[in-house]
Write a protein that binds this ligand. Structure first.
Ligand code: G1P
Length: 289
C-alpha cells in the first residue's frame, strides 16, 4: 500500500477569524513568513506525497495564484539580486503537483472529501484539514501512513483532549494494538456527554482507503445538518480495519485566533531569522507585565 495522494479541504468561510478573513482566505493568512496552507503542504511533501488536491470555493483563488509562477515578480527579484526571496517564491510553486476542485456547495467536511473521488480513484489517500497545522519531528501524516501500511488499514490521527473539550471534536471507541496505535471500532461527531466513547479525538489527519467514497455518497446529513466525515468513517471502521494513531507532535487549530497566535509564536521561535530576537522580546515583555 503506497500513499501518493493527499486531499486538503479548504472551502470553509473562515467565520472564526473575521474581519481578517473577509477578503483573504484563512488558509492564506501569514504565519511568520508563509501562509498557513504552505505548512500543511510541506508536511504532506515531507511524508512522500506527490499529488495534492485542494478543495476550495469561489473566494479562494489567492491560493492557486500563490502556488503558481509569477514571472514579473521573479524578474524583478533577479534584477535586485534578491536570491533568497527568489528561491523561496519559486520553491512554493514547485512544492508538489497541486490540483484544485471547488466544493460548490457548503455541505460539510464529508461532502468536501467526496468531491475528491475522481482525483483519488482507487488508491489510499491522505487527508490534511486546512486549519490544523502540526509541529513535529516526523511529519504527522507520515506517522499515519506508516501505521496504515503496517496494518493494511485506514488510519486516523488522534490525541487525548480534555472531557470538557471533546464536544468540539469527535470521540473514538478504541482497543489497544501496540504503543500509540489502537483499533478504532466506533466514533461520534461532536458528542453530548452521554455519547462520549473516550477522550481520544481525531485531530485533522487521516489516511483513508477509497471505500470511503461510496459511503460518503449515500450519507444522510448529520451533526449541524452537514454531511459529516466522521459519520462516514464510523461506517468504514465497521466494514474494514481502521487504526487510530496517537501521533507525536503538537496540533494548532489555526482557524481560531488563539490557535493561530500560538502557532505563529512557536513557529517564529523556531525560525532562524526571528527565533533569538523573539525569545529576548518575550523575556523583556514578561518583565514589564
Ligand atoms: C472537524 C472534524 C472533527 C475533528 C476536528 C479537528 O471538526 O469534523 O471530527 O475532530 O475537525 O480536526 P471542525 O473543527 O470542522 O468542527
Amino acid at each position: 500500500m503506497k500513499v501518493r495522494k493527499a486531499v486538503i479541504p479548504a472551502a470553509g468561510l473562515g467565520t472564526r477569524m473575521l474581519p481578517a478573513t473577509k477578503t483573504v482566505p484563512k488558509e492564506m493568512l501569514p504565519m511568520v513568513d508563509k501562509p498557513v496552507i504552505q505548512y500543511i503542504i510541506e508536511e504532506a511533501v515531507a511524508a512522500g506525497i506527490e499529488d495534492i488536491l485542494i478543495v476550495t470555493n469561489r473566494a479562494k483563488s489567492a491560493m492557486d495564484d500563490y502556488f503558481d509562477y509569477y514571472p514579473e515578480l521573479e524578474t524583478r527579484l533577479v534584477q535586485a539580486g534578491k536570491d533568497h526571496e527568489l528561491t523561496e517564491v519559486r520553491r512554493a510553486a514547485d512544492l508538489a503537483n497541486i490540483f484544485y476542485v471547488r466544493q460548490k456547495e457548503t455541505k460539510g467536511l464529508g461532502h468536501a472529501i467526496w468531491r475528491a473521488k475522481r482525483f483519488v480513484g482507487d488508491e489510499p489517500f491522505a487527508v490534511l484539514l486546512g486549519d490544523d497545522v502540526m509541529r513535529s519531528k516526523e511529519p504527522v501524516v507520515g506517522q499515519l501512513i506508516q501505521a496504515a501500511e503496517k496494518y493494511d488499514a485506514s488510519a486516523v490521527g488522534v490525541q487525548q483532549v480534555s472531557l470538557e473539550a471533546i464536544s468540539k471534536y469527535c470521540s473514538l471507541k478504541v482497543e489497544p494494538l501496540e504503543d500509540r496505535v489502537f483499533l478504532a471500532t466506533d466514533m461520534v461527531e461532536k458528542p453530548r456527554p452521554e455519547q462520549v466513547f473516550s477522550n481520544y479525538a481525531i485531530l485533522g489527519r487521516y489516511v483513508l482507503k477509497s471505500g470511503i467514497f461510496d459511503i460518503l455518497e449515500h450519507l444522510e446529513p448529520g451533526f449541524g445538518g452537514e454531511i459529516q466525515l466522521t459519520d462516514g468513517l464510523r461506517r468504514l471502521c465497521q466494514k474494514e480495519k481502521m487504526v487510530a494513531v496517537d501521533f507525536e507532535g503538537r496540533r494548532y487549530d489555526t482557524g481560531n485566533l488563539r490557535g493561530f497566535m500560538e502557532a505563529s509564536i512557536d513557529f517564529a521561535l523556531d525560525h532562524p531569522e526571528t527565533g533569538t530576537w523573539l525569545r529576548q522580546f518575550i523575556k523583556d515583555k514578561a518583565g514589564q507585565l
